[in-house]
Design a protein around this ligand. Sequence first.
Ligand code: NOJ
Ligand code: CA
Length: 532
Amino acid sequence: MTALGQSAGWWRSAAIYQVYIRSFADGNGDGIGDLAGVRARLDYLAELGIDAIWFTPWYPSPMDDGGYDVADFREIDPLFGTLAEAEDLIAAAHAKGIRVIIDIVPNHCSDEHRWFKEALAAEPGSPERQRFWFRPGRGPDGSEPPNNWKSRFGGSAWTRVPDGEWYLHLYSSRQPDFNWDNQDIRADFEDVLRFWFDRGVDGFRIDVADGLVKDPRLPDVDPGDETPFSDQEGLHEIYRSWRKIADSYPGDRVMVGEMWLPDMSRAARYLRRDELHAAFNFDFLVCPWDSERFRDVIERTLAAHDEVGAPAAWVLSNHDVTRHVTRYGREGDTGFAFADRLHGTPVDRELGTRRARAAALLTMALPGGLYVYQGEELGLWEIEDIPDGLRQDPVWTRTNGADPGRDGCRVPLPWSGDAPPFGFGTGGTWLPQPEEWRSSTAEAQAADPASMLRLYRAGLRLRSELPALGPGGLEWLTQGDGVLAFTREPDFTFVLNFSDKPVALPPHREVLMASGPVEGELPTDTAVWLRT
Ligand code: NOJ
Ligand code: CA
């Protein structure tokens, strides 16, 4: 038996912790995080008070894109461990009451995937090539790409092979896009879902969930218009078939989509009752530090999700974006855009940390599920000064250094001790850790009641205990300019002061939680949970 609650619909208000495996904890001293490292830290996660773990890809991979270039969807990369270890880890997590979600990457595979190698070896027009998007080039000698699509990692989305054809890759050239009009692809992914459901996983986080289906005409696009390779009508049918598979398993198996769509009501269409369960709310993630902007995105989110009966999924950070302590501490623009990471903009880290604490209490108080990216509970900031020669993200190389890439939010976690590798493992770390993390280790923070870690632990615990913070809605309260406030039933009020002066608290019986010192008035960039 497992210690999992019986709760049907657990995902509607779950707190889900994202483990970016290679940076979480290293069990064998090679400097790269692995399953043994996670296994050894399950108690830490249980104590944090999360309901589930989402593991980023653990499949065999040349690691051109941190494992999002999958060579085999039914195995574990030897860097991380074995299939038996993964099965044990799932069972061990379940025994502690923690569910397990894994990443599935259906838009593309690695150039080392068997099917892509077969496609390269086969003739133009062959069935092997039809599993991908191979096309002749343009221009008299076919030396220009078939269309003007750009890779999201920089450069053209097309690479030419020796016989003259080109293949499509929306990401790196080592990540060929699958052709989802091909039945082999559909059948294989359905089998992959079953493979992992049979091994006990509670769900999938779907990578590039909006991108599988392409407009088969492959038309040129105008800048900023992603329509032919995003949010195509044919996608819904795929997710309906996946939902049937998920629903055919006992328990409550879920699918969470990664979709960066410009219009939230479009994303919500994938959350209709027979499609996906949830989708990350990136409008919330990119929102600048401003009360009106936050209120607007929260309102729009709840309205769009209510329409389809799906819960919101709040997220502040992940392995693709600048850590939010840094974003919120920036001079000027505190929002986030993929195309402009604003590295090098001066950062007031104390300010960013204060705001990150307030933002944590905000996400924990909103109706819906929430995601915690490993290290945010330690208040880690973006490491912007990784030496160029050590950078690993293909974004860095494909943009010729114009975009620093995502390594700065992927630095291995500091667990304990006074110097790198800070208990990450017994060897080194695949990206260098800053000396300043001495005071950010999990060990140091566990002993400090004022730490970010203690705030997360207390907040997540209370969130799971307070009836008001389960599923349900919220009512806005008007508390004056620059103040975001709402109530939830029964007896709960949330207030966050974005303004530059202290504000009075609404009437209350008790301060349940505060993101910083509160004496009578609520200081700038501080949030409180009140019992009313
Ligand atoms: C989104 C993932 O989160 C990111 O890390 C990856 O590079 C792309 N999808 C491509 O798989
Ligand atoms: Ca290792």
